[in-house]
Design a protein around this ligand. Sequence first.
Ligand SMILES: [Zn+2]
Length: 334
Amino acid sequence: MWLNANNIAALLKCVGRHFKVVALVAFSILTLPAAATAEAKLKVVATTGMIADAARQVGGDTVEVKALMGPGVDPHAYRQTRSDIVAMTRADLVLWHGLYLEAQMEEFFHDLARKRTVVAVAEGLSKDRLLGHDEYADKFDPHVWMTPALWKDVVAEVQKALSDVRPEQADVFAANAAAHMAELDQLISYGEEVLTQVPASNRVLVTAHDAFGYFGGEYGFEVMGIQGISTQSEAGLNRISTLVDMLVERQVSAVFVESSVSDRSVRALIEGAAAQGHEVRIGGELFSDAMGEEGTYEGTYVGMLDHNITTIAGALGAEVPTKGMSGRLSAAGL
Ligand SMILES: [Zn+2]
């Protein structure tokens, strides 16, 4: 309705008559506790895109989530920038991974935890679900997002962290988490369906760094990274020549590059095998420690895993739908 002079006058008269009521309502709104208005979104900062995705899935409309590390960013090497620090000091909740993934930021988070609500979501996982590693005598393999079954535990930790900060919305978080868990269950079934089709002799997964230990354990693949569990150490020539011999001996036909790690060492393997007369091709690019482009399906946790599962299974001999579990993949990895 457009207001003209007549109905403005009527409105003012009406407001005047009900002034006490209006004032009372306004006063009540002003004095309500902040949480009860629920309009203010909870500001969440997460280190990796995967954790940010979990916070968005569980928080839904009630959260505003910022990921510090975008597509292609290597968390083992990442250091907080000045604008990251500003965002974290303004956040209601800071979620980081832990398990020494953000190796360069550990100290920073321990300091920040004295001032802000800071939760290391993977540190809450039951230790008997975690893998160790030769390189990490007293630490665990941090790459727990590589299987949806383990990731469900991380989503549960994110749900707990959000509910602790805003208990009055715990029901909303529980409902959103349940819906996301159902999607993760679908991903678990899809992974089993396509990866079990890979012939046993082809179940060797060679990648740029040791990010796929949990994946291998879950789906029965032997996993070999050229670099170790962190990307911080260069692959030695010995490691390259051992892997080349293995590729030739076992007639492995495909190796994989990773979106967040240089492909230089993977190419060295291919050249080494070619020098011995064995052709190895790149089976595709996998999302190891970062998701795909923001705003795309591969830029979500489900899309990232769908891409990896479909690319690996397809390159190593299984029949896979080219566009993945739900027809949404760009199929670029194949
Ligand atoms: Zn990694």
